[in-house]
Design a protein around this ligand. Structure first.
Ligand code: PNS
Length: 167
């Protein structure tokens, strides 16, 4: 839905370790607003992720299953705003679940604006049924033997079950 000739590109950045049903809902909502949506996974060597960036990219592709032709998935290094500029993005999408998310998100959005004022952060709300879901809690519930069905897409649930000795 570009207003002019130029394509509107947005980045949806995050850790996605792993992708949750809330993330998927945001991808679906976000993809309807722009010409191209890039789901960008931070390559952060200092964190100890459950899934490698390559595994996460593969998992997200499996979940999207070619249903979203305008969505791309890739890893990124360094400053988010530099990566966004490199990819020709004018928007950064971030999901807000509750007011508690807002403070950290506002801080990041304002820092990113200071670094590159031409890039706008847009907050999107996932469906309220996903408002309590986070990758961190999903991993914890799963590790302790709880039911995570519906909290993550079925393909992610299957991959979690295959993590075996990583648990
Ligand atoms: O899913 P997350 O872990 O909340 O995502 C955080 C993320 C990846 C969006 C943030 O850590 C980030 O943008 N990192 C890249 C480095 C950077 O640009 N830092 C300055 C942000 S103000």
């Amino acid at each position: 839905m570009a207003l002019s000739q130029s394509k509107v590109v947005a980045i949806y950045p995050g850790s996605f370790d792993p992708l949750t049903s809330g993330h998927l809902d945001l991808i679906s909502r976000g993809s309807r607003l722009v010409d191209k949506l890039i789901v960008a996974i931070l390559r952060n060597e200092s964190k100890q992720p459950l899934f490698s960036v390559e595994e996460r990219i593969g998992m997200i592709h499996e979940v999207l299953d070619n249903r979203y032709p305008s969505v791309e998935v890739e890893g990124f290094n360094g400053l988010l705003v530099d990566y966004a500029a490199e990819r020709g993005a004018s928007l950064i999408f971030r999901g807000i679940r509750a007011i508690s998310d807002y403070e950290y998100e506002l801080q990041m959005a304002l820092m990113n604006r200071r670094l590159r004022p031409e890039i706008e952060t847009v907050f999107l709300m996932a469906g309220e049924e996903y408002s309590f879901i986070s990758s961190r809690l999903v991993k914890e519930v799963f590790r302790l033997g709880g039911n995570i069905s519906g909290l993550v897409p079925p393909a992610v649930e299957a991959r979690l079950k295959n993590t075996g000795d990583k648990r």
